[in-house]
Design a protein around this ligand. Structure first.
Ligand SMILES: Cc1cc2nc3c(=O)[nH]c(=O)nc-3n(C[C@H](O)[C@H](O)[C@H](O)COP(=O)(O)OP(=O)(O)OC[C@H]3O[C@@H](n4cnc5c(N)ncnc54)[C@H](O)[C@@H]3O)c2cc1C
Length: 439
């Protein structure tokens, strides 16, 4: 009995010690825990690492590398390389915060704690979840096998591993059927599946094989783009480029042995088989397991963190906030949206830390630089309900060279120098100066 008492009294209380390589299970505790060190996680951690004391912010992130994913479209088109999209995670996370190189496996919101893959438990006072979206290859039989095979002609810009393969496939394409897909789940950057189709058209024209090829874009959606102003402009691009669009059509299976892509119509009444020489897939996507299969009180029916669409505070747990692709707000899932959400979470969470109610509102801002050819881009910017909200003092539905170079050079620069350090909250300030009335 005495021994037992001695043993239990010797168990340390929740400790603030930190070791990446610890073999033993540890209890950590922190003021603010950020799950995910991607676009949202890095930036929100940087903001609070400045506001709070050293090591009061913890970041839970398993990956050694951080990517600026929007450039993967340009990797697929041969304009950028994968290393240009990548930085060491350590170099982008704030030095004033503690990085736990581990992954969340469950959140216990009632006891304010998170369990990790390595078996540790982290107690938090406040939590920001920004764990992004993952490709759900298993949902389409044959997709992953085809992606892995170097000579399959199947690629995707939605992965650091396979976006270089898109460029290789483009260069080796000598004419035939080029097929593109858009899945029936929410995805990040909903414009990217068509951007790569447009760039493919441009490349095939430059390499004189366009006249020997057909391009088919298959989308689960009933329209080319969700905002009418830009959809109208994009339909002209589609017609000019002679791209065939199949609406309400979802990829069901990839038969790489026969080079066939099998689709069904969204009501599942009809099956269509398209032969391909080059197939660009946009995989279905899902939130990470700890959300998708986690505590149901945290998520909506689709496995997305259930937050108030304006305050970004969790619908049930007031000390929990969300950012970026893994939350259930009805905006376009983009870095541009994350930038705008950052300020909202920063202000509302700071107020929560002073026992005040959140009062800053997210307006649903998102942006999508729709590359229509090498050197041209339609820069879509909009808020909730598809209302355009443009920054530049010209009609952004027109294809523009300026917008192309903003996408290719300016946005990556802003991202690496300001955003990951928590200093960029979207183009609001610039818009108020150069386009105060909006258009
Ligand atoms: C091909 C492509 C083109 C795009 N084009 C554009 C564009 O033109 N403009 C634009 O604004 N946006 C674009 N985007 C979208 C943009 O990249 C995302 O919306 C943005 O990165 C979302 O940020 P996030 O922090 O929510 O997620 P991410 O940046 O994906 O970060 C999520 C982080 O969570 C981590 N994580 C996952 N699971 C766990 C776990 N269990 N525990 C701990 N950590 C975990 C991951 O390792 C990752 O680091 C594009 C994306 C792609 C793929």
């Amino acid at each position: 009995m005495n021994i037992l008492k001695k043993l239990t009294t010797n168990i340390p209380p929740i400790t603030k010690s930190f070791s990446v390589s610890s073999a033993h299970n540890t209890n950590y505790s922190c003021k603010l825990l950020v799950i995910g060190g991607g676009s949202g996680g890095c930036a929100i951690a940087a903001k609070f690492a400045r506001r709070l004391k050293k090591d009061e912010v913890y970041i839970l992130e398993p990956n050694e590398e951080h990517y600026f994913q929007p450039l993967w479209t340009l990797v697929g088109a041969g304009v950028k390389t994968v290393p240009q999209t990548r930085r060491r995670m350590k170099s982008v996370l704030p030095s004033n915060a503690k990085w736990l190189k581990d992954a969340a496996v469950s959140i216990k919101p009632k006891s304010n704690s998170v369990m990790t893959k390595e078996g540790h438990e982290i107690q938090y006072e406040y939590l920001v979840v920004c764990a992004g979206l993952q490709n759900d290859y298993a949902k389409v039989p044959g997709m992953l096998e085809a992606l892995k095979h170097p000579a399959s002609g199947v690629s995707t810009i939605y992965s650091a591993e396979y976006c270089g393969k898109t460029w290789a496939d483009l260069r080796s394409f000598k004419g035939g059927e080029a097929v593109f897909t858009y899945p029936d789940t929410p995805i990040k950057c909903p414009g990217a599946p068509q951007k790569i189709a447009y760039l493919t058209d441009s490349y095939l024209r430059m390499s004189h094989v366009r006249s020997k090829s057909n391009i088919t874009y298959n989308t689960c959606l009933p329209v080319i783009f969700g905002v009418k102003k830009y959809a109208d402009a994009l339909m002209k691009v589609v017609e000019r480029k002679n791209i065939k669009v199949n609406y309400k059509t979802v990829l069901k299976e990839v038969r790489s042995d026969k080079k066939e892509a099998v689709f069904y119509t969204d009501d599942k009444t009809k099956e269509i088989t398209l032969p391909y020489d080059m197939l660009h897939v946009t995989p279905p996507m899902k939130t990470p397991e700890f959300l998708a299969r986690g505590d149901p009180s945290l998520v909506d029916g689709g496995g997305f963190l259930a937050v108030d669409k304006y305050t970004l505070r969790h619908a049930r747990y007031p000390n929990v906030y969300g950012l970026g692709d893994c939350i259930n707000t009805p905006n376009s899932k983009t870095v541009a949206a994350v930038a705008k959400q950052l300020k909202v979470v920063e202000m509302n969470l700071s107020r929560a830390m002073s026992n005040d109610e959140p009062n800053k509102k997210y307006d649903g801002y998102g942006a999508c630089p729709l590359l229509t050819e090498y050197g041209k881009c339609i820069l879509a910017e909009f808020v909730y309900d598809g209302v355009p909200h443009e920054t530049m003092p010209f009609n952004q539905a027109r294809e523009s060279t300026i917008a192309y170079y903003m996408k290719k050079d300016l946005f990556p620069l802003l991202y690496w120098t300001l955003m990951v350090r928590g200093y960029y909250n979207g183009p609001e300030i610039v818009r108020n100066i150069i386009n105060p009335l909006g258009n």
